[in-house]
Design a protein around this ligand. Structure first.
Ligand code: PEP
Ligand code: MG
Length: 755
């Protein structure tokens, strides 16, 4: 059998020279195919490039008919070349014509070649083209030759991705590498962002692919693997989390793979073909990504993800680059693109320049999504391979309401969104004009609108919205975004900052609501079959009172000389409330004894989130200073439908007779006991929800800050008496064909209300 001339390393070195030459793109490609053919002793070497229309165009060939260049265009599922592209896997055949996928184009004069070796041109797991060698003889290409051709394809991938080929492409048939992409994921936070891609973990740009000194490259690889392993060991030993909130089990998985011989062996093999250590990592990473994108087994996908992440770390170790992005050098209108991100990491970016967030992972309840909402940036999750298809600086549009992401959008698409952003801005201005207006309905009913908050970044919202205060301060958010347990001093300083920011306006602090879906990455999680119904919130606080007591102390001290309102989450019985209240009283006594400055007044209330409280209202209202209905949890338990599960989300409506009847009883009883009742769940943050609630007697709400404008605009136009008159018969005897929601919509249309 004929051996390769000079071997892969000579080829790579020659390629490097060609890449550096000042020639046109076509000339460069022509030289590359000649070089490869000669080096691999192949009669044919051809480059096919994937185009925006999904077809594969012959861009250069040595050996096939030259007239076919830029003329032969294959469908993406056509022939062996199509198969290599669609599977992103090499095909190596000594008798190509026996393969069921074989098809040939007369114009290429290809029929006389028997052996075929085709490899995908991959970048970050995406197919950009196909590189083929062919021989007349029935030849078996060795594994080394296959490896060498894949390595060569990397050089081509960089050339295609650089955009150099656009100059020789036909209009409308440009290489797909830079094509506009429309991707759809999960809406995490509404808003539209038009901006430019910033990769949260910048892709390392490799400038040196070709190894000058193989043993040295192997040593570099070995050293980097060692450092990476010991870093992971240290992180796990310290029991902390890295990079703002990585979970322990994720790190454990990384460590397992970091010690996996198979993975390291593949890296070493890639170096042996003549690559530098970093180019070897990229090769292996790109293959992993390609498999990841095609894997359907979720377990396998997750493992491939781990490998991909590990390769990323290794790359940074190799190049001595900080494993952190340029947080302080954000461009204007930055849109962050990340595989996943901890909430603390997001908070480190310059808020003024950040417009949007796109994640490959991350559901609506993820901590990073909570922070995105607090920051008010458009956010979309579950975008497969977002980091693989986005390049830094690319234009991007994020539609956080629909979950659409447009990468490198067409001018038409961009114009459409510019118009939407303009409309939105106009609406925001209208809401702003309402900011200082008293919130009173047309028929003179005063409605109190407060905001929900939980992080220091939320505080400017009080001023921006003109809200009457903070009706729900979710203290757990500080714990959720931290990498380690916040000390009492840190809690104290946040609470004081919150009270300072609120000034004369009231703030209701809710004690820690952790457990269930609110996981602290640094706290060992107790495995529970039904976490939403498990050991969470006040249950955890009462069973392990140390944490709750120190929080209460921080609250009491932070409110020294001012009013304090405290409430407890997930209370299910009056006894639980009594027990929790007695903790506050004990702390008060303790502080008094130590002559600390005490709050002027302490009001103690509870959330109403568990349906059992609906049947203890009289006893409860005798004890509490106020009630706050948490409709998110109340409705989930009411209908036994997980609030985070989209499969059941549409089965039940909160604006329905059973829920509204229950909520009306709460409002009525509150009034009878002369105890304030407010509602702080998402139901009040939708104008139609607020309409239903006013109609059954609610006069106080705590809303997401972005909802204050739209809800207030609706309320100012509302006649509350008319709404109540419409609603009463609907919830008393919900007959008739139209559901209550539809009746309310019709009422709103008739009354000219924006809902
Ligand atoms: C609720 O359950 O309605 C609520 C406001 O609390 P959270 O959303 O924080 O559970
Ligand atoms: Mg709740």
């Amino acid at each position: 059998m004929r051996g390769a001339l000079g071997g892969p390393r000579v080829l790579l070195r020659r390629l490097r020279e060609v890449m550096a030459e000042q020639v046109s793109a076509q000339e460069r490609l022509d030289k590359i195919v000649v070089l490869i053919a000669a080096n691999m002793v192949a009669e044919v070497c051809s480059v096919y490039v994937l185009r925006v229309d999904g077809t594969l165009e012959l861009y250069a060939t040595e050996g096939l008919n030259k007239a076919a260049v830029h003329q032969t265009v294959l469908r993406s599922d056509e022939g062996l070349v199509g198969l290599v592209a669609s599977e992103a896997n090499p095909i190596n055949l000594s008798e190509a014509q026996n393969h069921p996928a074989f098809s040939y184009r007369v114009e290429t004069g290809e029929e006389i070649y028997h052996s075929f070796l085709g490899v995908p041109v991959l970048r970050a797991g995406n197919t950009l083209g196909v590189l083929v060698v062919q021989n007349r003889a029935r030849r078996t290409y060795t594994e080394e030759e296959e490896e060498a051709l894949q390595t060569t394809a990397m050089v081509l991938a960089e050339m295609i991705a650089s955009g150099e080929l656009s100059a020789i492409a036909k209009p409308g048939a440009e290489p797909a590498a830079r094509r506009p992409l429309h991707l759809t994921g999960m809406a995490l936070n509404e808003g539209v962002a038009l901006g430019h891609v910033v990769l949260h973990e910048p892709r390392v740009v490799i400038t040196n692919f070709i190894a000058d000194d193989l043993p040295k490259e192997l040593k570099r690889l070995e050293a980097a693997v060692e450092t990476m392993r010991s870093d992971l060991d240290v992180l796990l030993e310290r029991g902390e989390v890295a990079d703002g909130g990585e979970h322990r089990d994720v790190l454990e998985a990384y460590r397992m793979f970091a010690y996996d011989r198979g993975w390291v062996h593949r890296l070493e093999e890639a170096v042996a073909t003549g690559l530098t250590a970093e180019a070897a990592v990229e090769r292996v990473q790109s293959d992993t990504r390609a498999r990841m994108l095609r894997a359907t087994d979720p377990y396998l996908r997750e493992r491939l993800h781990d490998l991909d992440e590990l390769a990323n770390r290794l790359m940074h170790h190799l190049l001595g680059q900080d494993y952190a992005p340029a947080r302080d050098r954000l461009p204007e209108n930055a849109v962050l693109v990340a595989r996943s991100m901890g909430p603390a990491a997001l908070l480190e970016y310059d808020r003024k320049r950040l417009r949007g967030l796109v994640l490959e992972e991350g559901g609506p309840n993820s901590h990073v999504a909570i922070v995105a909402r607090a920051l008010g940036i458009a956010a979309v999750g579950e975008i497969t391979n977002a980091t693989g298809v986005a390049d830094p600086g690319d234009a991007i549009i994020v539609d956080g309401a629909t979950g659409d992401v447009h990468m490198r959008p067409s001018p038409d698409m961009e114009a459409a969104y510019v118009e939407r952003v303009r409309l939105r801005a106009r609406r925001q201005l209208q809401y702003l004009a309402l900011r200082d207006k008293a919130c009173v309905t047309r028929d003179g009913e005063k409605i109190e609108l407060m905001i929900n908050a939980g992080l220091a970044v939320d505080l400017p919202h009080i001023e921006e919205t003109g809200a009457a205060g903070i009706g729900l301060f979710r203290t757990e958010l500080q714990f959720m975004v931290a990498a380690t347990f916040p000390r009492t001093a840190e809690q104290f300083s946040l609470y004081r900052a919150v009270l300072d920011a609120a000034g004369d306006k009231p703030v209701t602090f809710r004690t820690l609501d952790i457990g269930g879906d609110k996981v602290l990455p640094y706290m060992r999680n107790v495995e529970e079959e039904n976490p939403a119904l498990g050991w969470r919130a006040i249950r955890l606080g009462l069973d392990r009172p140390g944490l709750l007591r120190s929080q209460i102390r921080a609250l009491l001290r932070a409110a020294g000389g001012r009013d304090l309102k405290v409430m407890f989450p997930m209370v299910a019985t009056v006894e639980e409330f009594d027990e929790a209240k007695s903790l506050v009283e004990r702390e008060l006594t303790h502080l008094r004894r130590h002559s600390h400055k005490l709050p002027e007044q302490v009001e103690i209330g509870t959330m109403l989130e568990v349906p059992s409280l609906l049947y203890q209202l009289d006893e409860l209202l005798d004890r509490v200073d106020f009630l706050s209905v948490g409709s998110n949890d109340l409705v989930q338990f009411f209908y036994a439908a997980d609030r985070g599960n989209s499969r059941v989300a549409d089965r039940f409506d909160a604006i329905s007779a059973p829920v509204l009847r229950a909520l009306k009883v709460v409002a009525d009883k509150g009034r009878a006991h002369a105890k304030p009742v407010t509602l702080c769940g998402e139901l009040a943050s939708k104008p139609i929800g607020a309409l239903a609630l006013v109609a059954i007697g609610y006069r106080s709400f705590s809303l997401s800050p972005s909802a204050v404008g739209p809800v207030k605009a609706m309320l100012l136009d509302l006649n509350a008496g008319k709404a109540a008159a419409l609603m009463q018969p609907l919830i008393d005897s919900p007959s008739g064909s139209l559901p209550i929601r539809e009746r309310l919509k019709a009422f709103a249309a008739e009354q000219g209300l924006q809902i």
